[in-house]
Design a protein around this ligand. Sequence first.
Ligand code: FES
Ligand code: FES
Length: 194
Amino acid sequence: MAPSTAGAITLNINGEKHTLPVDHRTTLLDALRERLDLTGTKKGCDHGQCGACTVLLDGRRAVSCLQLAVAAEGREITTIEGVADGERLHPVQQAFLDLDGYQCGYCTPGQICSAIAVIEEHAAGWPSAVTGDVRPEAGAPPLSAEEIRERMSGNLCRCGAYVAIVQAVARAAEAEAEAADVDADADADAEEAA
Ligand code: FES
Ligand code: FES
């Protein structure tokens, strides 16, 4: 008897569990779009080269067209549908809106998912290919336009909205850093009062 190439899998997407039968050769991108109707994640090249299908897997960015759905079982999958906090947009979404970081919008969900991870990677001190001093004691480099361009280089935009995309990522990184400072101050005040 030929081995079965299908079976049921459970995917944890945006905090919700979805159990679905799939052919084991189904990509995560096709499972999201064709099986679960999560069409915010876009298919561009289907070959891992454009970034349109970027999602977050356990907080790290991944191109979902190169990921088998079965391999994503047990991981926390975040798609563009899951990045906002209810009605409140994620700071990266807000910055893309405020600064017109798109034209047709087709690449935008992937750009936003990538940017969310880029800001976290940078805040965690990860160097990029253009970071001058990569010694751990040097700390995170400033998130310059050059750093953003390099870190976002896996996400192509056929409309060429790159100038505004870079500005939006920088604006969102600033907003998140300010929010982190406010939280830290509030924690310190609470500790002092205790
Ligand atoms: S569709 Fe996945 S990288 Fe282009
Ligand atoms: S906004 Fe059209 S492809 Fe990027």
